[in-house]
Design a protein around this ligand. Structure first.
Ligand SMILES: [Fe+2]
Ligand SMILES: [Fe+2]
Length: 357
């Protein structure tokens, strides 16, 4: 069987004359996804304000930040600072793509306001460690911002999967740095890096990153549920070409990447075990191998005539029942939130099954 060009397959899909009985139309699926984005975003803001409303200046004991960290630790903090410096680009580039979606775009602004605090928090670590002078930091910011970060993918489905992986990777970076700062690393190079202030910094940011991961996980699962074949393709693309943001823009990024890899903070092993495998499990995907093999089979089936074969290929890769349960519980969470406010009496968010399975 020859391979079908994914663009052609998508076009054929879109030209299908009618929606098979029991299945939702594209417009209905898009409406459900948008309702879920919006409900989830409202729930998220409430939770974020109640549980993670910290301030990068006032909520940390900066005068007691250690000024004698190892050179490696200082370079790691500098790397984190550099990656988070591109927050204006992270926000504006994707915002242009998702501006028509109320839920997605408003969430993205909220997300940006949280990422902006991360950039400021890491800057404070550089400053109070006395490793870099205020003038040096100022100059470095200019150097970093001379180039702009661009989207690795220009559509919201790919970006949902990209962000799932990226948020998890960032969380793993900060959690492992937190372990070092809590004196729990057995790496002799970091023997003198225990620091309660840094431990708290890493912990507070890691909690934010976990919240981001969870939000994007829900958006990615919505795509997997309502558009399984397209979503699995997007996930496969993202995993195949994934790179951490801004690595190609930051001077000496390779040195930083080697450093975090050799310190056990984030290298190839952590990426596979703690990022990819965790993300795939949460998405309901039966592992990297199943995904790779499933994608090959999905691509071989012409969508116009082969829906059953396509579905079989999808269900081998995806634990669809598990995804459905998660989607149901997401709608349940949104409904509980709306009930608290009173939205349920006027304009409730209702779950509609995809009709697949
Ligand atoms: Fe961040
Ligand atoms: Fe984040």
């Amino acid at each position: 069987m020859h391979q079908i060009d994914p663009a052609l397959a998508k076009e054929l899909d879109e030209q299908k004359p009618a929606t098979p009985p029991g299945l939702l139309s594209k417009a209905e699926k898009d409406r459900l996804i948008e309702r879920a984005f919006l409900g989830l975003y409202r729930w998220y803001v409430d939770r974020s304000q109640k549980t993670r409303n910290w301030n990068p200046d006032m909520d940390f004991d900066w005068r007691n930040f250690r000024t004698d960290h190892s050179r490696q630790m200082n370079l790691i903090l500098e790397g984190f600072f550099a990656v988070e410096q591109y927050v204006p680009d992270y926000v504006t580039t994707l915002l242009r793509v998702i501006r028509r979606s109320h839920g997605r775009s408003h969430f993205h602004i909220r997300w940006g306001s949280e990422e902006e605090k991360h950039a400021d928090l890491w800057e404070n670590t550089l400053l109070f460690s006395r490793y870099r002078s205020p003038e040096w930091i100022e100059e470095y910011k200019h150097v970093l911002r001379e180039q702009a970060w661009e989207l690795p993918w220009d559509n919201t489905m790919h970006m949902s999967f990209y962000t799932v992986i990226q948020e998890r990777a960032t969380q793993v970076n900060y959690l492992n740095t937190g372990l070092i700062a809590s004196g729990k690393s057995d790496d002799a190079n970091f023997a003198g890096d225990a620091d309660p202030v840094l431990a708290r910094v890493a912990q507070v940011i890691a909690i934010d990153e976990a919240a981001h991961f969870n939000f994007f996980m829900e958006t990615a699962r919505l795509y997997l549920y309502y558009y399984p074949a397209q979503a699995l393709e997007a996930l496969h693309d993202v995993i195949t070409y994934f790179a951490m943001p801004a690595g190609h823009l930051i001077p000496n990024y390779d040195r930083f990447a080697e450093l975090i890899a050799s310190s056990g903070i984030y290298g190839g092993r952590e990426h596979v075990r703690d990022v990819l495998d965790v993300a795939l499990k949460n998405l309901g995907v039966n592992g990297r191998r199943a995904l790779r093999q499933g994608i090959t089979r999905i691509r071989q089936v012409p969508t116009l005539e082969g829906d059953t074969m396509r579905d079989t290929a999808i269900f081998d890769v995806l634990d669809y029942q598990r995804v459905e349960k998660k989607i149901q519980s997401l709608f349940g969470r949104i409904q509980a939130y709306e009930k608290q406010v009173g939205f349920d009496e006027i304009n409730p968010t209702l779950f509609v099954p995809s009709g697949l399975r």
